[in-house]
Design a protein around this ligand. Sequence first.
Ligand code: PMT
Length: 399
Amino acid sequence: MLSLVNKRILLGITGGIAAYKSAEIVRRLQDAGADIQVVMTSAATEFITPLTLQALSGHRVHLALLDPESEAAMGHIELSRWADVILVAPATADFMAKLANGEGSDLLSTICLASRSALAIAPSMNQGMWRHPSTQYNLERLRGRGVHIFGPTEGSQACGDIGPGRMTEPQDIVELTADLFETGALAGRKVVITAGPTREAIDPVRYISNHSSGKMGYALAEAAAEAGAETVLISGPVNLTPPDRVKTIHVTSALEMYEAALAETVNCQLFIASAAVADYRPARIAEQKMKKAADQMTIELVKNPDIVSAVAALQNRPFTVGFAAETTQVEDFARSKLERKKLDLVIANDVSDRTIGFNSDDNAVLVVEMQGAEAIPKINKSILARQLIARIADMLPTD
Ligand code: PMT
């Protein structure tokens, strides 16, 4: 499946008649899931307006190198670092010459010079210009430097000539761009992950919670996004920065997490419940701060909905993975959760060991399936998350 989910593409447009097709390139890249920033040369703006590209890409179009306002928002160096791929379509003979000579005379050529990302160009020019020895010499120099050349194709040209120099069609350009990426193991999939603790309010200043830091769930979300998944992270209150390229929904209580999980699970192929959800919440939340009076106090608790079980019970259920935080008989209890909650997989951790599990950088887990269990020894949570995501991706049913 053609997927550019989580991919950042900087589309450079130079001044050729094929510039009008850039609008379609933007649309098709977006259909494949890419995030796009557009940079135009001043000649390109004679063929298509920046406003059109801004409306389509959803971002302000970048036009000038020495524009203090643009540099303050997203400067040329930032843009060169932002892009996973720079795609110049159409690329004129003049722009190819600039690139081949390593010039940094405008915003687009400067970004190409500063960037270490993959660079692809879709040449477009009159057949005589394309055949000219200077253009062919520049082409070979660019190829030699690893620049990807998409086309051109042959046919009738806007000027009336027939021959090579027509820009490759937008859909072909998008497919060739997608080929530049190694497709991640979760490309084209939607993954929803719960993380962190929940807080169950007692009164305006007190709550019941636990020691989950969210590190395990955030690492899983990062690994899923890295593997190309459209990733949604539903996070309880933690002190972590949301991972890049992940839609993060912040919640506080188990009921809020439950609602967000069920809403986000639509069209999702994988659900991972790593959150430490409070099993109970106070039956009533006092409106005012409760005052100290008697020597003893009793708080009535009611059961929270079980989020992972509710997802596993859905008619069109995703592949559903639960965690099990145990302090004893880890495998037995994990297996009983697998069966009782009707999960596809349970990742069990022994939370009696303070160096793993809750609020630590490392974890050691037992991956429990119906047919067996496999231990993954103590390792950093980010590395563990990548290993778990790779394993789970292999277990997902193919479309
Ligand atoms: O956040 P960290 O500090 O990195 O710590 C990671 C962790 C220890 C929290 C994590 O590795 C972990 O074990 N998460 C699950 C904790 C837990 O609540 O386990 P449980 O055995 O009580 O619950 C079993 C499963 O049911 C879990 O997938 C849990 O998310 C889910 N559950 C539980 C209750 C509930 N009401 N709804 C649920 O979905």
